[in-house]
Design a protein around this ligand. Structure first.
Ligand SMILES: Cc1ncc(COP(=O)(O)O)c(C=O)c1O
Length: 330
């Protein structure tokens, strides 16, 4: 595999400039201090602070995905998620900015009074369809897309979480952004982040491999078993091959993929004692806000790893904040 050529291809992928520049990499001094003298250096990659559509990891992915949609002449973005999906809100935001229509298929009940992401979806002018289960989302998206095509429209289907190889490529690129802003000759020992549909983790894992970083990327599950996330991450990495003109299967085989499902607690979106602790500690030490569905559980994992002595004091851990703070207002 020619990593230099693959990185060059990665850099050339067309992107919509939904946000310009880079997100901050903040040193979490007070959080480190609060966790005790043996705590490693903690740097926080602030994708929560992406200044577009309330930010988060989905905005990065959508920069590339929306560029492909436009190149294909799409007039509508169509996607799926839960009623409070960050991904649906980011997709509706991208559609609004690009002058496209947006159709969302949500599993759950229409909220009597839309709040948080559901409120933003409505403000953004997205057309919502409700189904009663997760399983009905993808077939409903296909059916609605077919119907739209019959009406002469050009829909672009964005799969769950925009976790396609193209969406993941945005995070492989973001590793280059991280490297450029690391202080001195610091190489992170680990990147810890929230993981669900696998695209963020696939991109970060592939990006570290292509850049020759020894960094362990650890995805903390919001819901699914670690084994299914790991399989999905490898599948997405393999899918990067064609796009990057490299052997995707070799890339997927050669990386270390690590998901952890020990912090899900009672389930998706349900707060746990550890996520409550992480949430209040992050707010009180760093004015950093994490949500119970994704990022508080990922931070709870990082805190547990520190307490278990998994890291040394002289190591550096990046907590990649993937957003989701709108979820605080449900
Ligand atoms: C805030 C937040 N963090 C993390 C994730 C997980 O990202 P991915 O779906 O790429 O695994 C999501 C996706 O739903 C999210 O909304």
């Amino acid at each position: 595999m020619n990593a230099t050529a693959a990185l060059a291809r990665l850099g050339e992928l067309p992107a919509e400039p939904l946000f310009a520049g880079v997100t901050a990499l903040d040193e979490a001094h007070r959080l480190r201090e609060a966790l005790g003298p043996a705590t490693p250096r903690i740097l926080v990659k602030r994708d929560d602070a992406i200044p577009f559509g309330f930010g988060g990891n989905k905005v990065r992915k959508l920069c590339l995905v929306a560029a492909e949609a436009r190149a294909r002449g799409a007039d509508t973005l169509i996607t799926v998620g839960g009623v409070q999906s960050n991904h649906m809100r980011a997709t509706a935001s991208a559609a609004a900015r690009l002058g496209l229509r947006c159709v969302l298929i949500a599993n759950g009940e229409p909220p009597a009074t839309p709040r948080a992401n559901a409120l933003l979806d409505a403000l953004l002018g997205a057309e919502l369809h409700y189904v009663s289960s997760r399983e009905e989302r993808a077939p409903t998206m296909r059916r609605l897309a077919t119907q739209l095509r019959k009406e002469g429209r050009v829909p672009y289907e964005v799969p769950l979480g925009a976790s396609t190889p193209l969406g993941a490529a945005a995070f492989a690129r973001a590793v280059g952004e991280l490297i450029a802003q690391l202080p001195g000759d610091v190489v992170p020992d680990a990147i810890v982040h929230a993981s669900s549909s696998g695209g963020t983790q696939a991109g970060l894992t592939a990006g570290c491999a292509l850049n020759g970083l020894p960094t362990r990327v650890v995805g903390i599950s919001a819901d699914d078993p670690a084994s299914s996330i790991e399989a999905e991450v490898r599948r997405i990495i393999a899918g990067l091959g064609t796009m990057l003109e490299t052997d995707g299967d070799a890339l997927a085989r050669g990386v270390h993929v690590s998901a952890n499902d020990s912090f899900v607690g009672e389930g998706y979106g349900v707060a746990s004692p550890a996520s409550w602790e992480a949430q209040s500690l992050a707010a009180r030490t760093e004015a950093l806000f994490v949500d119970h569905t994704y990022t508080a559980k990922a931070l709870a994992a990082l805190i547990a790893f520190v307490r278990d002595g998994r890291y040394r004091k002289d190591q550096t851990i990046v907590f990649w904040h993937t957003g989701g703070q709108v979820g605080l207002f449900t």
